[in-house]
Design a protein around this ligand. Structure first.
Ligand code: GRF
Length: 218
């Protein structure tokens, strides 16, 4: 569906450091991204500090996932999440380090409107379990948690990051864009993570720009 608007409305969902959120805020402030963050939703209390420090004046909603889980209220968590996203009239949901897996039911409400950032190379053919690297070697696909440590453990020649649509199967949605990060022999978790994060900040903006073109008619 094409929307006639000049800015896309985002909800950015986070759980951790929020460096990717900062990258989006920075690009918007520099007028490099026709987007508005209508709301930041965090699954813990860290984000509040972040937004306050940046004085970005973005509404922030905290849905403390651990509290919901304690009361076996996963469904209520998603119901509350849907309410917030609808209240803020969001066009695109960006999972930027959001550590909660969203269900098929949730995704039905926002078909092709939820994107995720994953710190490894995901295959273009979704069911493949390997990717071919630039030096023609094969690398396993590192889905789920600890993708960067897994890449190091497998001594791959190249790691990377991917932005993809979210599907009910973890890290198996259609790829929107990705970046490759060569692994040097001296790389450890800290150095490789840093290099991957730098690329993530770029490809996330690139992916949002691609989707702005798809979703908006200027
Ligand atoms: C990123 O590495 C992303 O790929 C993963 O979570 C991390 C979030 O980093 N899904 P930050 O919170 O944006 O700094």
């Amino acid at each position: 569906m094409m929307k006639k608007l000049n800015k896309i409305n985002l909800a950015v969902l986070i759980s951790g450091n929020g460096s990717n959120l900062q990258a989006i805020i920075r690009e918007i402030q520099k007028n490099n991204l026709s987007a508005r963050i209508n709301v930041v939703i965090s699954s813990n209390h860290k984000a509040y500090v972040l937004i306050r420090e940046k004085k970005a004046k973005i509404p922030i909603e905290i849905l403390n996932f651990k509290d919901y889980i304690k009361h076996e209220n996963r469904k209520i968590f998603e119901k509350d999440l849907i309410k917030i996203v609808k209240k803020y009239e969001v066009d695109l949901i960006v999972l930027a380090g959001f550590m909660v897996v969203l269900s098929k039911e949730f995704l039905k409400h926002f078909s092709f409107r939820v994107i995720n950032l994953h710190p490894s190379i995901l295959p273009k053919r979704l069911n493949d379990n390997y990717v071919i690297l630039p030096d023609k070697t094969k690398s396993p696909v590192f889905r789920g948690l600890n993708a960067i440590s897994q890449a190091l453990k497998h001594k791959v020649s190249c790691a990377g990051c991917t932005v993809h649509f979210v599907s009910p199967q973890i890290d198996k949605g259609k790829v929107i864009t990705q970046a490759l990060v060569p692994v040097k022999t001296k790389d450890d978790l800290k150095s490789l993570t840093k290099k991957i994060h730098l690329q993530e900040h770029k490809i996330l903006i690139e992916a949002i720009k691609i989707l702005i073109k798809k979703l908006c008619k200027f």
